[in-house]
Ligand binder design. Sequence first.
Ligand code: ADP
Ligand code: G6P
Length: 485
Amino acid sequence: EDDPRPYPSTKRLTLVSNRLPVTINRSKNGQFQYHKSSGGLVTCMSGLGPDQSSNWYGWPGSVESHHNCKVRAELMQDHGAVPVFLEQELASRHYNGFSNSVLWPLLHYQDSLIAFKDCDWQAYQKVNRQFAVEIAFNAADGDTVWIHDYHLMLLPQMLREETEKRGKRLVIGFFLHTPFPSGDMFRILPVWREILEGVLHSDLIGFHAPSYDTNFKRTCSDLLKLVELPTGVQFQDRFVRTSDFPVGLDPEKILDCLQKDEVKRRISALKEQNPNMKYIIGVDRVDYVKGIPQKVDALDLFFEEHPEMLRKVTIIQVAVPSREDNPEYRDLATRIHQRVDEINTKYGDQSYQPINLIHQSVPIEDLLALYASSDVCLITSIRDGMNLVSFEYVACQSERRGVLLLSEFAGASERLAGSLLFNPWDKEGTAAALHRALTMDMDERTVNHRKAEEFVMKNTRYGAYDFKYPSRLRKLTCKNRSAHW
Ligand code: ADP
Ligand code: G6P
């Protein structure tokens, strides 16, 4: 209550997510190190930094630097970020426990991986409350607070409670970056009511894809018996608007980066290394929702059926390390390495390895060079909120007009015209789609690429977020003030 920290600025839009655009950890010699966080949430929200009149609250990663003034000042100054420092065990129960071992598998239909523990649920509530108290302390009456993702689903309700105690009223938006499953799946969660009601204290709730919005409204009407309308649901005395707001990238930034000498050099080097090789690119966090084992199995079948493609095709799979404290993720990484080794032994030799697995975080310049040099991008997610890798690939393909092979279980598939859709559970179908992509003629590739490019260039993160979403929130401020306040 008596936190002496001043509100970092007088800006009126506040972003909140568990993951900040930079994550901090401590090196062996005790220095704090900042590195860019990976993941679609950070990619699409990063443009809304200090220049976009926002402060961004979040957990800075595993830091024992509670109330460290230097860290706080550097985060604010360089990234517009306001750290919410969490005690280590609490953070772990919230992040590894309830968020990533209950909500993440639930929202991605992986019910066999759900590990519900009451102590993790308690921690989830405490962390959401801590965010609410810190934000409420600094917020001004009438501010817009825009909350992101499944780590903070109780925050809309808690923030209302904390601000109303202080006589302040906020406009609250919530955006879910994952899918929202059907009600029959969602009710597996022992605390489904608390989570649904927590989110429903928002004024506006956004999803990546129309089907997630439909599932959410249907779940509210089936489980909570709320009245469902095309534009939202009636909850208590307020109408909560819901809709899909597909996020995009900043394609200009990608195009600028592609012009850098450094990136051009890398593209030429890849070409010179093997001028006749066709490259298939995959970029995924090592996460079971990305379907990397399914991808490797389909590649195995593809080479079995098309031995003529050996030595002509190489798959470059960037596997970005993710959530390594979670044994499920560590086991997955081990399984991927084993399967890739098997395939490389089966089809390769010292001069040729069909799969080049890069299990590390790759700098953006390398990533863009790989996208630009690849003939096909293969995305096999078994569930995925949106998948921004698909957009990044399209943005890098104006010359090559490569083929985007996209799982129909990625949210992007509901939007991105011009991609070849397939079902990653169908190994034969995936292998056949891959063959079709690799042998597609330039005319068809051009037509497809133009459609995809048009969407990616138009549906930028500025279009989707900066103008549409916050301006709708602001409009709601006026409406709700007269209707409910
Ligand atoms: P998810 O959010 O599930 O990870 P997305 O495909 O939506 O999946 O987003 C992944 C994002 O992470 C992409 O924008 C990609 O460029 C980015 N990314 C990949 N590797 C790195 C890295 N090493 N550092 C930072 N961002 C990365
Ligand atoms: C997905 C989630 C984000 C998350 C990101 C990276 O995109 O929707 O909320 O930040 O994955 O995962 P991490 O656990 O490292 O934050």
